[in-house]
Design a protein around this ligand. Structure first.
Ligand code: PLP
Length: 372
């Protein structure tokens, strides 16, 4: 009888009895939403990221959308962003009628290239949405300088980058408002969920109102001072978040070891380009492990091998401007962002999560070497 191979999943959360205990406490308290656990989670998160204020939301996408509203993005405003990202980093302003202007990325970091951002500024530009892709900090100081020079809002999409550091300080602490996400493949999870960090008390109050149907600080349950949303995080999720924050350092360290092991296993595999290394200004928080292969065909060869071996993978990340709805709505075509498009054609996410074991990683490395 043919022996079954053990599947290696692409990702997975890291939870234990502590989260169960905290969730149970909330369930028994009867305060399942708008309760003290969400407030506590926000305080702990703000302290962890070095941001003065944090507002919990129902997802990273919801957080980004609220920051676009806070930035005043209105129909026809241009927003410069990266094509090499998850769709939500561009969708967040399209919801408000913003028009995406994609600036190409740096081939090494895969983050938006500040020179391309500068070149894309027009009198209609309203904001920049920068992404810390795969947990590697973007060029925050250069982007801030461009935003200041042209009077633009700068929104930082740090959904993939909790725990990363730029110039020696954690993302969230630098000034621009940032969004973090907690889907189960992230560094930490709440199931679904997100957090916005801000250095402005006024913006924090606005975010709390917007996520809560536009209710004001004063006034009752049925008084709405602005057009709002239900983008709240409930206390059950916040409880999971508190448990996750308590072990964040441990999880980040384990993820770093997993990444280091891949580095050692894949260093000498011909045709594999590893994720870019940290430098003095950029310290990555490991979200996924994405390699570059020689070309699209090599990637498909690897994928065929992975499928036979029951190894998880994903073609991270397609260029946003070439997604069917973006082509249709804005007329984008190939060639607008050649560096991103090239990366999109040959990058591949390998199985990567906090508890990934060495023998599974060895199987991934063997499958890669065999395919290439
Ligand atoms: C770069 C980026 N932005 C935004 C999001 C959206 O986060 P969520 O799935 O919590 O809405 C994600 C999540 O995958 C992401 O990777």
């Amino acid at each position: 009888m043919k022996q079954q191979v053990r599947p290696v999943p692409l990702s997975g959360p890291y939870l234990d009895e502590r989260e169960e205990e905290l969730v149970l406490e909330v369930m028994r308290s009867g305060r399942l939403s708008l309760g003290p656990t969400t407030d506590r989670f926000e305080e702990l998160f703000a302290a962890k990221t070095g941001a003065p204020y944090a507002a919990a939301v129902s997802s990273g996408t919801a957080g980004l959308h609220l920051l676009c509203i806070s930035a005043g993005i209105a129909p026809g405003d241009e927003v410069i962003t990266t094509p090499y990202s998850f769709a939500a980093s561009a969708n967040c302003f399209v919801y408000e009628g913003g028009v995406p202007v994609f600036a190409d990325v740096d081939a090494r970091t895969l983050n938006v290239d500040p020179a391309a951002v500068e070149a894309a500024v027009t009198p209609r530009t309203k904001a920049i949405v920068a992404v810390d892709i795969y947990g590697y900090p973007c060029e925050l100081d250069e982007l801030r300088a461009i935003a200041q020079l042209h009077g633009l809002a700068l929104i930082q999409d740090s959904c993939e980058a909790l725990g990363a550091e730029y110039k020696g300080a954690p993302l969230g602490s630098h000034g621009p408002s940032a969004v973090f996400a907690f889907y189960p493949n992230k560094q930490m999870t709440t199931g679904e969920g997100g957090m916005v960090t801000t250095h402005s008390e006024e913006e924090w109050r606005l975010l709390r109102s917007l996520r809560n149907q536009g209710r004001g600080d004063e006034g009752g349950w049925l008084e709405h001072v602005r057009l709002g949303f239900n983008y709240r995080m409930d206390d059950v999720r916040a409880a999971i978040g508190i448990g996750q924050l308590e072990k964040l350092e441990t999880m980040l360290a384990l993820r770093s070891s997993v990444a280091k092991r891949y580095g050692e296993l894949l260093r000498d595999v011909d045709g594999v380009e590893l994720p870019c290394a940290d430098d003095a200004d950029h310290r990555r928080s490991w979200f996924v492990y994405v390699i570059k292969l020689p070309d699209r065909e090599a990637r498909e060869r690897v994928i065929a091998h992975f499928e036979r071996e029951a190894i998880g993978y994903n073609r991270y990340l397609p260029s946003i401007h070439l997604q069917p709805y973006m082509r249709e709505r804005f007329g984008f075509r190939e060639g607008i962002c050649p560096v991103a498009e090239d990366a999109s054609s040959r990058t591949l996410a390998l199985p990567f999560f906090t508890a990934l074991e060495a023998d599974a990683q060895e199987r991934v490395a063997e499958a890669l070497a065999a395919a290439l």
